[in-house]
Design a protein around this ligand. Structure first.
Ligand SMILES: [Zn+2]
Length: 254
């Protein structure tokens, strides 16, 4: 598998060639993309916050029964976001929108990909299928805006209806917002190449997005240090961290 052998390009060279020869790309993204930025998943920190289990704090019931500690935990996570930056993986994906028609379906609740895009002055749709920490939303009327600095721990209320404000993430016990899923499935149907980045591929219905891309005939390229629940669907699996592999794939395409 030498990159110098034209009969058998390396997996990275093959991935680059498929991407170079296509226009419509879908990036299906999981926690592995943000790992090198130091983003903590909510199972880090021993799975506890002030002696509460985080799975419990991430359940919609906590908004009604222990709102103060729940929102204090979310504010803690929002503040952590302010202290991290996009990594080379985010930058590689952001830059792809300069040359390709890109849609991103991300399971991550951070906004690092959007920040990488802003830094490069490029933009493409980024659908957060599990919501976004940077978003603040009224639980009652749905009014939403982006603000990482508003302290949710102070239990702020909606200017429009005085309903309680909450982070714009999807909690256990809640349905996924329909629009990000619908738009992601539409992109899966239309894309020529789907790149799966740092996702275990075991969380549904999100994992149905690359399954849909495969069913519609797209090439699937996986970038992941480990085998995932979707590896069997992928034409190429490149084993390694996103911040190292993605720049190699996309280098020279822009
Ligand atoms: Zn409201």
């Amino acid at each position: 598998m030498s990159p110098d052998n034209p009969q058998k390009p390396s997996p990275i060279a093959q991935a680059r060639a498929w991407i170079a020869n296509s226009r419509k790309l879908l990036f299906f993204v999981g926690a592995g993309l943000s790992k090198a930025s130091g983003i903590k998943t909510f199972r880090d920190e021993d799975g506890l916050y002030q002696d509460r289990r985080v799975e419990e704090l991430a359940h919609v019931d906590s908004f009604f029964h222990q709102r103060e500690i729940m929102l204090s935990w979310y504010q803690h996570r929002r503040q952590q976001l302010l202290n991290v930056s996009p990594n080379e993986g985010h930058r590689a994906l952001a830059a792809a929108a300069k040359t390709h028609d890109v849609v991103v379906a991300t399971q991550n609740v951070d906004d690092l990909l959007e920040r990488a895009q802003q830094n490069m002055q490029v933009t493409c749709p980024v659908w957060h299928v599990h919501g976004a920490l940077a978003q603040v939303r009224c639980h009652d009327c749905g009014l939403a805006f982006n603000d990482l600095t508003l302290d949710l721990g102070t239990l702020p209320v909606c200017e429009a209806c005085h309903g309680p404000l909450r982070p714009g993430v999807v909690w256990f016990g809640e349905a996924l917002p329909p629009e990000p899923l619908q738009e992601s499935f539409a992109a899966a149907q239309a894309c020529e190449v789907c790149v799966l980045v740092g996702t275990s591929g075991v969380v549904y219905p999100a994992a149905m997005i690359p399954e849909q891309a495969a069913a519609a005939g797209a090439r699937l390229i996986e970038v992941n240090p480990n085998t995932s629940g979707l590896s069997h669907l992928c034409d190429i699996s490149i084993r390694g961290p996103a911040d190292e592999i993605l720049p190699q794939i996309f280098e020279g395409l822009n």
